[in-house]
Write a protein that binds this ligand. Structure first.
Ligand SMILES: Nc1nc2c(ncn2[C@@H]2O[C@H](COP(=O)(O)OP(=O)(O)OP(=O)(O)O)[C@@H](O)[C@H]2O)c(=O)[nH]1
Ligand SMILES: [Mg+2]
Length: 371
């Protein structure tokens, strides 16, 4: 991801967190935490000539691992573990360390618009990941960073959607694929459709756009301008027409003419408006799209989670597009929305032009967050 200000705030909060936790792990171990060099048993001394230990100075600092499993394991492999334990330089991070760490840092995460449920999940995963990794005897810094990265990955990795696979499948069934875009007013639905049409065209697919927002003034003209610039067909009815019928016609047209995919726009609506949500549910019911894409403005803040849950309940959501990432420093919405409804992020909108679309890759994303 390029651009100076993307998630700067969230990035800074996470960086601070990694540093704080690393410092905690680097604190001098207490007397009890220091391990007692093991007394070797005779059979181990005999083995020793075949197991030359590495020179001490070449070893990474290792973290002590929880006492009980360690004790149990050390009974199995006394000599080897004993030597490692003598070189413990950092202390184990216990669950209570993580709790304490979160009580110091969770405000920063909440400030970055990370939802409380995500903070709780991160806490849990961090405990588990640290416990696992402490056994791998990494250096303290790598250990904390890796555990953090894996925990964030678990937050954003909510499955995957591949549009090209969806098109291939629908082609094999002799019909066009259908994607319906839904979301709050002004979230970026129309712009995202135009970007995706451009993206698909550049990959050799043939999209058709359905102007199923028959409600907002100038919405049809807005799509026609995009269609003209992109060289993409726009199927439209009159203002006030039934949105479900517009999508239905567009799919029929695409099927007859052999187009690959229909991208259907819908009117922006508030998730709190029951009638409009029912109407959306009807568009979905009638057309049975391959993908219902919720478009969320990443600047929305905490309400983004509420929006996602309500749209998911009313019409169903298969994937998420987060827009305006280019002007969003806080960044927490990106962690919160897909976690809240357990649906994958399809792409990010990173600007106003057609090329500002970034397909979402969870692993790449978390690596960049912790850079
Ligand atoms: N900076 C930036 N602006 C965006 C992005 N996506 C959309 N916008 C802008 O957001 C505004 C609203 O975009 P639209 O695509 O019209 O939003 P919409 O959801 O279709 O709006 P309604 O149909 O009115 O509900 C426009 O000014 C877009 O240029 C993005 O990724 N980055
Ligand atoms: Mg629109």
């Amino acid at each position: 991801m390029e651009g100076e200000c993307m998630f700067d705030f969230l990035k800074k909060k996470l960086k601070d967190s990694v540093e704080k936790l690393t410092k905690k792990a680097e604190q001098e171990p207490s007397k009890e935490e220091l391990t007692v060099p093991e007394v070797e048993r005779p059979e181990v001394r005999e083995k020793k000539q075949f197991q030359r230990p590495k020179p001490a100075e070449k070893r990474d600092p290792v973290l002590e691992i929880p006492q009980e499993p360690r004790e149990a394991e050390s009974r199995k492999k006394p000599g080897l573990l004993g030597r490692v334990r003598e070189r413990v330089t950092a202390r184990a991070l216990s669950d209570s360390d993580i709790e304490e760490f979160f009580s110091e840092t969770e405000n920063g995460m909440l400030e970055a618009n990370v939802a409380m449920e995500v903070v709780d999940f991160l806490k849990q995963r961090l405990k588990e990941n640290l416990a696992q990794k402490q056994a791998k005897r990494l250096g303290v810094k790598d250990l904390v960073k890796e555990a953090f990265e894996d925990s964030l990955y678990d937050v954003v990795n909510q499955g995957a959607v591949n549009i090209e696979d969806i098109i291939k499948k629908s082609r094999s069934e002799g019909r066009p694929a259908c994607m319906i875009f839904l979301g709050f007013n002004g979230s970026g639905k129309t712009t995202s459709i135009a970007k995706l049409a451009h993206y698909l065209k550049s990959r050799g697919f043939t999209p058709v756009i359905a102007a199923a927002d028959t409600f907002r003034a100038a919405s049809i003209e807005q799509l026609e301008v995009h269609g003209e610039k992109l060289g993409v067909k726009v199927i439209k009815h009159q203002y006030g027409a039934d949105s479900a019928a517009v999508v239905f016609d567009a799919v029929k047209f695409a099927k007859t003419k052999g187009y690959d995919i229909v991208l259907a726009d819908t009117a922006g609506r508030s998730h709190t408006d029951k009638n409009l949500m029912d109407e959306l549910a009807k568009v979905v019911r009638v057309n049975k799209p391959d993908l219902r894409v919720l478009v969320v403005d990443s600047l929305t803040g905490n309400d983004a989670v509420e929006q996602a849950k309500t749209f998911d309940k009313a019409a169903g959501v298969d994937a998420i597009v987060l827009t305006k990432i280019d002007v969003n420093k806080k960044g927490g919405a990106i962690l919160s929305v897909s976690y809240a409804i357990k649906k994958p992020i399809l792409f990010l909108g990173t600007g106003q032009d057609y090329k500002s679309i970034e397909m979402f890759e969870p692993r790449k994303f978390v690596k960049e967050l912790l850079e």
